[in-house]
Write a protein that binds this ligand. Sequence first.
Ligand SMILES: [Zn+2]
Length: 330
Amino acid sequence: MPANVSRRRFLSAVTAGGVAAAAGWAASRAPKRKALVAITLDLEMSAEYPKRGMTEWNYRKGDLDADTKKYAVAAAKVAKDRGGLIHFFAVGRTLEQEDVGWLKDLAAAGHPVGNHTYDHVNLLATKPEDIQFRFKRAPWLIRGKTVAEVIEDNIATTTLALKERCGITPNGFRTPGGFRDGLRGREDLQKLLLKQGFTWVSSLYPAHGCGKPKEEPGDAVYDDIVKAQAAAQPFAYPTGLIEVPMSPVSDVNAFRTHYWKLDWFLKAIRLAVGEAIKTGGCFDFLAHPSCLVVEDPALEAVKLICDLVKDAGEKAAVVGLDTVAARVKE
Ligand SMILES: [Zn+2]
């Protein structure tokens, strides 16, 4: 073999190898997509809070007590002081309360407020008595409407109430309760939301283990929560409506259902947010001031999330769910 050929082969092999190595280097060094981390608080009363056995809230979810409102305002301040924001979801009935100045102030400070229905109704209900406790106790309120009509009305009235009482245009819609399949297969509901002007919904809460109530979760539970983050990434339904799932673990699931201690909850958050930062994914923290005011009075969860994002520098940002939804179209 002539020397020049072997030299050419040698050079091309070196170049090919060099290109491959450079590509590998670039892939490992290329900035991953920024992790989008949202902190969302549903403004509603939670059964079993502030004391176990208090379930009357189920009938008046939007009748916020003073402590719950104070916590929401304090959480917003903590997030804002750390350069972030909180995405709130309001129940329409809250707009009937005497004072809504605090909610107006939150919106004016740049915190998005979404629609969480008027009475905290179940969008998947098929029978009138399953729509919401309030309608079960007072079925005359339905006045012959179909389940779909009651739900449609409940969402539209909330949009109206937010606008008329607070001048707020709702930023997105969250279903009361999370569904493990979201609104998959429910094109009727997807279209209902699109018709009411929503481009995205937050309805999916993926299945995951939580261990036995009152028992400290083991590695398997934490692993499962981290694994579930992949199922909590935003996507578009066939109708075009975008889903922005809630990311495990929620406060009511951890504290109310499984009697977790705050440290266990914070550990799960640390791992889940870490996973989002590692993968350049999205994380949608779901909690309720009415629950956290009892379980996490010093706002440690909100502080922790903001600090984890801050420590990640360019790799993560605290955003509203509308920003998470927009990623689907990138
Ligand atoms: Zn809710």
